[in-house]
Every structure is written in structure tokens, then in C-alpha cells.
Design a protein around this ligand. Structure first.
Ligand code: CU
Length: 424
């Protein structure tokens, strides 16, 4: 088959997995002998279809600019693959031979590095070192055997500061060939940080520390989809980090086991029981647990990473009585509202009431509304929703948890002198 006919073939796919000859991973990997493989659910994302060509799995990545929405009300001109950031997840099985076409529709050269994969040096994707760069409009061919399994990633190894900071990355999941203890649900997402300054539409690659958006698969809460499961199901969550910070990923409600990484699924005696696992820059981690009914927060534990755009260069207003000079300040700063004296919890209601609209294309620092009020989160935060009843294979949001009577914290007094607590 020539590259030209292959290109036409892939154009015909148009992203639909139902076209004759194109297999969605789920159809193929559910085949007999592969019952231990659960297709990965890339939250807010998708899996790249492939097709078989004489025993080789063929994929086609297109590096290109994409218009991306982080959450309703805020979007940016990013770069990604095949129309999205992150790019689609590549999913295959240990022992497969893969052929990956990479077309460059960016304004500058690129490459693709297959992060963590064992392959010939010339397929490693480091521009200038292991291969010539892929110039704009060119298509390169990568082809290699998958000799391992695990949670891997792909990203450019060319002008990395720019190309990573604008969103170019994806997951590369390789399932083990040998039957392994199965999971019922297998989720995956990548951690990233962005500097889209308020009022602008282009991520700023020069920023090294002060990012204003922290994302799971390029989305911020509350736009990150919940991870759903049925009570008792075994759930795996794969997390990869191509951001500029380490992220302690914390899950409420269970003790999970850390069971693998891009080193593959670890032997059971190496599993660790944790509730927070740091996913370092360039690392991946797999966690697994038995689903327990409830609505459980899943988030980065760096407090600033669960917030959206926040100014960090302001004088600290906490404990400062400044409502009395509000009128004077308004003379030089029209529309100024004194706040922050008692904390920032009121910020969400203020912004939602439209009291102080920010600049265009920016998100409120805190957002999300739950059954009991404002959640006051943003960034790297979502919810694991576990229910006794859930349609098989459904990923639909089941709504809020209906807690059994007597199992919700509730108010018994409004008097600050209530009771007889020990205080120092
Ligand atoms: Cu974090």
C-alpha cells in the first residue's frame, strides 16, 4: 500500500469508527482471548481509530492548531492533534506492530516522541537527534513493535517549550498481552498547566511558574466530566503528567492501590496503598480501587491547582478592614468592590451574580454548584460518582448522590457558644 492510498483511506474515516474496515479499539479488543482488556475511557477526550493492514495497526496523527474550550466562557487558540487537545488516545496491545503516520499542519516543524516506549533509536522522535524534523505540510512514518505494556504518552520533541505549552500531548496505552486481573472501568487523563492571561486567547509559552489554568485533559472543573462506576466495580484511573509541576492526586472515599506506571503493571507485591499519589513531571501512575457508593472528590491537592485564573501579585486583603475606603478607591478604580477581608468564599456568589465581571475570556476563580451549594473549585477537580444502579457500560452523569438518611453532616446549632469544647 502506498502512502497516498493510505492517506485517502484515512480521510475516508472522518473520525467515525463505523466505516467498513475501520475498527474501534473496543470492537477488536473485546474479541475472544482479550477479555481482560477494558477499553480506556479518555475523559473529555477520545480514542484514535486504527485499521489493520497485513497485521499492522495503522494510525494517523495530524499535528494542527485547534480552537479549544477549557470551560464554557473561556477558550483559546491551542495546538493539538486531529482537532483536539489533548490529542486522541492511542490504544493497542503488547506485541502489536504499529504504523503511525504523522502529518504536520503547524506553522513550524515538529516531531512525535513516544514517551516511555522501548523502540529503535531512529523512531524515538527527538528532532535533529534521532530524525529530521517534520516540516510544515510533510507526513512522516513511524513504525515499531510494542514490546511492553503500560500507561504511556506522546508529545513533540521539537520546540518543546512552545509546543507543549499550547497543548500538544496525548496518551499511548498499551494493554498487556498476557491475561491480567481485569478492571471494570479504565479511565485516563493528562495533567497540564496553561498561561492564558485574562483577556487573551493564546497560551503564553514564556510562563514557567505562574500558570492560571490547571487541567485534566485540557479541561477545568466544572467542565471535567465525572468518572462514574457501579458499586463494587474495580476502577483503574491512569494519570500522566506533561505539565511543569508535580501534582499530588488525591481521591476521597477509598484507599486506592498504585498498581502501575509507564513501567507497566507492577507485580502485586510492589503495589502501594495510598489516598494521595504524586504524579511527577514526565511520569504516569495507575491507581485502582473498588468503587464505594457516593460522590467523591478527585483532585490535585495543591490548593492553587483547584482554582481558575487568580491574581497572585495583589496585596493580601485578609483581615484588612477596607470597606470604609471603598468609595475613595472607586474614584481611582471605578467599579472596585472591597472583598477578601473575611476570606474568599464569597467570591463565587459575587461573580455568579455578575458583581465584578472579569476581563473577556477568563473564568471565575471558583465555580461549580452541588446539591448543598457552591463547591468553590476550579482547575484539577472532578467527581467520582458511584451508584448501586448504573446501566451497564454507561458513562452518563447520574446526577447527585442520594445519601441514606442519617449519613449527611447537618447543623444542630447556630450559637457560637454551643457546647463545651476544649480550647487553648
Ligand atoms: Cu497540582
Amino acid at each position: 500500500m502506498t502512502v497516498e492510498t493510505s492517506r485517502r483511506g484515512f480521510l475516508r474515516m472522518g473520525g467515525a469508527a463505523t466505516v467498513a474496515g475501520i475498527a474501534a479499539p473496543a470492537d477488536v479488543e473485546r474479541a475472544p482471548g482479550r477479555a481482560h482488556i477494558t477499553p480506556v475511557r479518555t475523559i473529555n477526550g477520545w480514542t484514535l481509530p486504527y485499521r489493520m493492514n497485513n497485521g499492522v495497526k495503522e494510525f494517523h496523527l495530524v499535528a494542527e492548531p485547534v480552537d479549544h474550550e477549557f470551560a464554557p466562557g473561556m477558550s483559546a487558540k491551542c495546538w493539538g492533534y486531529n482537532g483536539s487537545t489533548p490529542g486522541p488516545t492511542i490504544e493497542a496491545v503488547e506485541g502489536d506492530r504499529v504504523r503511525i503516520f504523522v502529518t504536520n499542519r503547524l506553522p513550524e516543524h515538529t516531531t512525535v516522541h513516544w514517551h516511555g516506549l522501548i523502540l529503535p533509536s531512529g523512531m524515538d522522535g527527538v528532532g535533529g537527534l534521532s530524525q529530521p524534523h517534520i516540516a510544515p505540510n510533510e507526513t512522516f512514518l513511524y513504525e515499531f513493535d510494542l514490546v511492553q505494556h503500560g500507561t504511556h504518552m506522546y508529545h513533540p520533541h521539537a520546540d518543546e517549550v512552545v509546543q507543549l505549552s499550547v497543548g500538544m500531548m496525548g496518551m499511548f496505552i498499551i494493554h498487556p498481552r498476557a491475561p491480567a486481573s481485569p478492571v471494570d472501568r479504565d479511565y485516563g487523563f493528562l495533567l497540564h498547566n496553561w498561561a492564558v492571561h485574562p483577556g487573551t486567547y493564546r497560551p503564553d509559552p514564556a510562563v514557567m511558574v505562574e500558570f492560571d489554568l490547571w487541567t485534566f485533559n485540557s479541561k477545568v472543573f466544572p467542565a471535567i466530566e465525572p468518572l462514574v462506576a457501579r458499586t463494587g466495580e474495580r476502577v483503574r484511573i491512569r494519570v500522566g503528567n506533561l505539565s511543569m509541576w508535580n501534582h499530588p492526586i488525591h481521591l476521597h472515599g477509598v484507599k486506592y492501590q498504585v498498581t502501575g506506571s509507564d513501567g507497566g503493571r507492577w507485580p502485586e507485591h510492589q503495589w502501594r496503598t495510598e489516598t494521595t499519589e504524586i504524579v511527577g513531571v514526565g511520569q504516569t501512575r495507575d491507581i485502582e480501587f473498588e468503587a464505594v457508593p457516593g460522590d467523591w472528590a478527585l483532585h490535585c491537592h495543591m490548593a492553587h491547582h483547584t482554582m481558575n485564573a487568580m491574581g497572585h501579585e495583589l496585596p493580601n486583603p485578609l483581615g484588612v478592614e477596607h470597606t470604609s475606603i471603598e468609595d475613595d478607591i472607586r474614584k481611582v478604580l471605578p467599579g472596585f468592590v472591597a472583598m477578601g477581608e473575611q476570606g474568599m468564599a464569597r467570591h463565587q456568589s459575587h461573580t455568579e451574580m455578575g458583581h465584578h465581571p472579569g476581563p473577556p475570556n477568563t473564568l471565575a476563580m471558583m465555580a461549580g454548584r452541588g446539591p448543598f451549594g457552591n463547591i468553590g473549585m476550579g482547575g484539577m477537580f472532578t467527581i467520582v460518582k458511584v451508584r448501586d444502579e448504573l446501566p451497564p457500560g454507561s458513562f452518563e452523569d447520574p446526577g447527585w448522590y442520594d445519601a441514606p438518611a442519617g449519613t449527611v453532616a447537618s447543623r444542630i446549632s447556630g450559637d457560637p457558644d454551643y457546647g463545651d469544647p476544649v480550647r487553648r
